[in-house]
Design a protein around this ligand. Sequence first.
Ligand code: FDA
Length: 391
Amino acid sequence: MEHVDLAILGAGAAGLFCAGLSLAQGRRVVVLDHAARPGDKIRISGGGRCNFTNMAAAPDRFISANPRFAASALARFSPADFVALVDRAGIAWHEKTQGQLFCDGKATQITGMLLDRMRGADLRLGCALGEVRHIGDRFRIDTGQGPISAARVVVATGGKSIPKMGATGYGYEVARAFGLRCLETRPGLVPLSFAEQDLALCRPLAGLSVEAAIAHGGAAFRDALLFTHRGISGPVILQISSFWQPGEALRIDLAPDLDIAAALKAARGKAGRVGLATTLSRHLPERLAQHVVAELGLPDARLADQPNAVLEAVGARVNRWHLRPVGTEGYRTAEVTLGGIDTRDLDARSMEARTVPGLHFIGECVDVTGWLGGYNFQWAWASADAAGRAA
Ligand code: FDA
C-alpha cells in the first residue's frame, strides 16, 4: 500500500491551499478529488473574477452554532495575509465594494496560484473516495485508484451546494463515521422562491435593480435587490436567505433613505395637483413608482386628493413591503451550505477532531458559513492555514 504523510480529501479552495502549506513543511502530500479539474468553484466564483477575500472578515461575518469558533483561525490568517500572496503572484485586483476584493482578470489566476504553491504534491483527479479507517496510528483511505495509508488526513470536500459540480455530503459521512456530530445542513446564499401571486407582482419589474434594506433573523443588510421573472434576487436577498427559515415573512425597505409617507405628505402641501405616481417617481425608479400606485389601484390619482391613510399605505408598500417566500432554490443554486460538522468536536487552532488525533476538517464542510462578499473563501484559506500548520 502507498504511504504518505498527509492525504487531503478535496481539491477545492481549502484543500489546495492546505496542500501548499503542508508541502512547504517538507511533508509527502497527496490531494484526492473525484472532479476532473481542481478548484472548480473558484473558477465560477465572483462572476468569473473570484471575490477571493473581504478586508472586513471577522467572526461576526460568519454564521455558526458557535460564533467564536472561527476567531482563532481568522486572526492567525487574515485577509491581508492572502492579499500578500496574491500580490506576490502578480495577480492584479480591485476592491469592488464593502471590502470585497476581486481579481481584475480571471478567477482561474487564483487557482493557478494555489496550484503553483502546491507543486510537488501529488494531485489525483477523477479519483473516487471511499471509506476512511483508523488503523493503528495511521489512516487507510479507500480510493478508486487503490488504498492509501496516511499519517494524517485533512477532509476538505466542501458542502452540498451545486451537486452538478460534484458537491456531495462526503465530509459529513466521514465525520459521522468517526463519531463527530453534524448539525443539520441547509442551503445558504440562495435565491428565494415565491408564490404565484407574488411573482405576478414582480414580473412586470423584471430587470429592475434598486437598493433595498432587509432586517431579519438578527441580521440587517443593505444592497442591490433585483426584480426577476422568478421573483426577486440580488445580493441583499442572497444575504438574508442565510438567516431566513421556512414559513417566515420578510419586510423589505425599497427606499431605505426616505420615509416615503412623510415625503408624500410634505409634497402634497406644496404641489398637490401633481400626480401621485409622478411624485413617487422622484424618489423611486419610475417603473417601480408606476407599479406601486397601479397595484394600490391609484394609477391616475392626484396627490392633493389623497388622505393621509392612502399616503401611508403607499409608504408602507415601499418602506415595509411584506413578502412571504415559499422556499429557496435549494442546493442546486446555493453558493454555500449552512450547518455541517459541529465545531464542538473540533480544535479551533488546528481544525483537528478532538477525539481522533490526525483527522482534520476544513472549509465549507465545517459549521462556519460566511456572508456573501469573499468571506467564504477567507474561511477556506484561514481554516486550511490552521490545519496546514498542524497537519
Ligand atoms: P469546495 O467546494 O471548493 O471543494 C470541495 C472539493 O471536494 C471539490 O473539488 C469536490 O469535487 C470535492 N469533493 C466533494 N465530494 C467529493 C467526493 N465524494 N469524492 C471526492 N471529491 C469530492 N465564496 C467567496 O468567498 N467568494 C466568491 O466570489 C464566491 N462565489 C461563489 C460562486 C458560486 C456560484 C458558488 C457555488 C460559490 C461561491 N463561493 C464564493 C463560495 C465558495 O466557492 C466556497 O465557500 C468554497 O469553494 C469552499 O471551499 P472548500 O474547499 O471547502 O469546498
